[in-house]
Design a protein around this ligand. Structure first.
Ligand SMILES: [Zn+2]
Length: 294
């Protein structure tokens, strides 16, 4: 049970004081948008839960699938559909699987920052700054890339992280769950933060498609997930808003999930009012309209 002192310390203001998302139009002829993004955690998805997993070889093999099969297959799919996406890659995954990361870059996709060891950026965590710096360093050293986009491991944030990312030149982040359009963060001191491209759990494939020894559960079939993904997209098209996918090659690179994703993306492409694009493009669209209305 929380004690009364801890309860009294909860501020009586919204946790996010950013103004409402501006209704900037999407580039013509589009009426809605899809931020097509993937998170490559590889084995760091597992070692971030427990470093001792490094010696549990079958647990690690879930992540290893990303380099062996999942990522190459997804790159094939994106090439077939002529789509460009953003891949948020942990520094560890880039160091352990440089050829996989180089293939993503070579295919023309955007590379985003996703921490180094995929550690949860919890308030007060001593690794927050080190995770950011080591992630940048690995992407620069292996790929020659300085990313402008960041997605938090485990999708968690704190004020220290928001401030540090602005200081490091990150332009957009994509982790918050509180909108259906991009908006600009306002830091606790009132200064401007990053542009947020919000996400929703319905497009996180991990929720529906992964079962492991430490989270044994049934996975959802194609019909179930496809109906959810289509409904969310179709309603968002009516709203003129956007969706963000959070797809993992160790999930969506599996044959059944791959088939499902191909069907969904083929459907999304057939909706000619949906702008399917990278985070960098969505952030640039936001910046153009923000500058024009300033
Ligand atoms: Zn991740």
């Amino acid at each position: 049970m929380p004690d009364s002192k801890a309860l009294a310390a909860i501020p009586l203001i919204p946790s996010n004081t950013a103004p409402p998302a501006p209704e900037y139009p999407w580039p013509a002829p589009y009426k809605a948008a899809m931020f097509l993004s993937f998170d490559i955690d590889a084995e760091s998805a597992w070692t971030s839960k427990d470093p001792a997993h490094a010696a549990r070889l079958v647990t690690m093999s879930f992540g290893g699938y990303e380099a062996r099969v999942g990522t190459p297959k997804l790159l094939e799919l994106l090439a077939d559909l002529d789509l460009k996406a953003t891949f948020f890659i942990t520094g560890w995954a880039v160091d352990a699987h440089p050829a996989m990361a180089e293939a993503v870059l070579k295919a023309g996709h955007e590379i985003g920052h996703h921490g180094y060891h995929h550690l949860l950026p919890d308030p007060g965590d001593p690794f927050i700054i080190e995770e950011i710096e080591r992630g940048f360093e690995a992407l620069q050293r292996r790929l020659g890339v300085r990313p402008i986009g960041y997605r938090a491991p485990f999708g968690e944030f704190c004020e220290e992280l928001r401030v540090a990312l602005v200081r490091q030149g990150i332009v957009y982040t994509s982790s918050f769950r509180d909108d259906v359009r991009p908006y600009r963060h306002r830091l606790a001191d009132g200064k401007q933060g990053t542009i947020e491209i919000p996400v929703t759990a319905s497009y996180d494939d991990w929720m529906h498609g992964l079962s492991a020894r430490f989270s044994p559960r049934s996975i959802f079939p194609r019909e179930h997930v496809l109906s959810m993904w289509k409904d969310e997209l179709d309603e968002v098209r009516d709203w003129g808003a956007m969706v963000t996918t959070v797809l993992h090659p160790q999930v969506s690179g599996r044959p059944m999930r791959f088939r499902l994703l191909r069907e969904f993306l083929t459907y999304a492409k057939s909706c000619q009012d949906v702008w399917i694009t990278t985070g960098a493009e969505i952030a640039a669209n936001y910046q153009r309209h923000e500058a024009a209305t300033a």
